[in-house]
Design a protein. Structure first.
Length: 331
């Protein structure tokens, strides 16, 4: 059996709220990816997320809040940098790491002294959060380490009736997970790249933002979602190939008797399946996970994706693809 998929009408929102208040899971659309939502203040409900996903217990989850919500329930303090970034990018695809308030569940924070908060911009997510009246823990609605979902059907395919209801908010507008910034330190640290770029963050803050690479050697940083080397991974082996080598790589794989699925700007020829990759980084991000899922289901032996440009606008996409390639090929 599959989950019920309903458009986010007032009646469906009410059904979702009732399930959440009963400690159940709900598939929630956001502008980034679909989330597997549970009441962030209910330990048993949060445990259901971890069980459904097969997620490690020390891996924190992000708390999603409604616009205008009282954040003191979750954050012990609100640094000036946090306020500036909220003013600039909330509601939107930005998660802020803040000092946790007393009473926030260890299961939510991974036992850390910090908590991740996000205010999503998707109208269905906002309607659900407002009606629920509390915070929702909502990591991506997929098995841990696998490809994130960007449609309601992806969620239903992933979990079946283990998730009783998925709100269908359409394909995700952004298509990759939120930018994560640690504002619990004197100088903000970019922990996960996303739609909100390092340049945009710096402009909003009026100063530089450090990267994980700049601080990892000096001290530890908070554990956050999507920071493992292997993540977002298809079951089919995936390799990233420079455009100039793509035709030769396809020919070599075919000569070995292996069928190939390709995502690239130009058709290299010889592939069992080729899909055209967008040249625009935002459109590429929107299509990334749906394309990974599509090609992963074609039954080919290997996936070859053209390596995107090494330019700032492509940083988040390259991050996701690199982790997907590392984790790929594991049944």
């Amino acid at each position: 059996m599959s989950a019920r998929i309903l458009p986010p009408t007032p009646d469906a929102i009410a059904q979702a709220v009732a399930l959440l208040r009963a400690g159940q899971l709900v598939g929630m659309p956001t502008e980034t990816v679909y989330g597997l939502a549970a009441d962030a203040s209910d330990a048993e409900a949060v445990a259901r997320i971890f069980a459904a996903k097969g997620r490690p217990n020390d891996h924190p989850v992000i708390v999603h809040v409604a616009a205008g919500a009282d954040l003191s329930r979750w954050a012990a303090s609100m640094p000036d940098a946090a306020r500036r970034l909220m003013d600039a990018f909330w509601p939107g695809p930005l998660t802020l790491i803040l000092p946790r308030a007393a009473g926030v569940l260890d299961a939510v924070t991974g036992g850390q002294d910090t908590v991740g908060l996000r205010c999503p911009s998707h109208p269905a997510a906002q309607a659900l959060l407002a009606a629920f009246g509390g915070g929702l823990a909502a990591p991506s609605a997929n098995r841990f380490g696998r490809v994130s979902p960007t449609t309601a059907a992806h969620v239903a395919d992933e979990f079946g009736d283990a998730v009783p209801l998925v709100l269908d908010g359409g394909p995700c507008e952004v298509g990759i997970e939120s930018t994560i910034v640690d504002v619990s330190t004197p100088v903000p640290i970019l922990l996960r790249p996303g739609h909100v770029s390092a340049l945009a963050l710096s402009e909003a803050l009026g100063g530089a933002v450090l990267t994980r690479a700049q601080v990892d050697a000096q001290r530890s940083v908070p554990r956050v979602s999507g920071s493992l080397s292997a993540h977002y991974a298809p079951r089919t082996p995936l390799r990233l190939v420079d455009a100039g080598r793509l035709a030769d790589e396809v020919a070599a794989e075919t000569a070995r008797g292996r069928s190939v699925g390709v995502w690239s700007r130009q058709n290299p020829g010889g592939a069992a399946c080729w899909l055209e990759a967008p040249a625009d980084p935002e459109r590429y991000a929107q299509a990334l996970y749906a394309t990974l899922r599509d090609l992963d289901g074609k039954g080919v032996d290997v996936l070859l994706f053209e390596q995107p440009p090494a330019a700032p606008a492509w940083t988040a996409v390259r991050d996701r693809l690199g982790r997907a390639a590392v984790g790929s090929g594991q049944a």
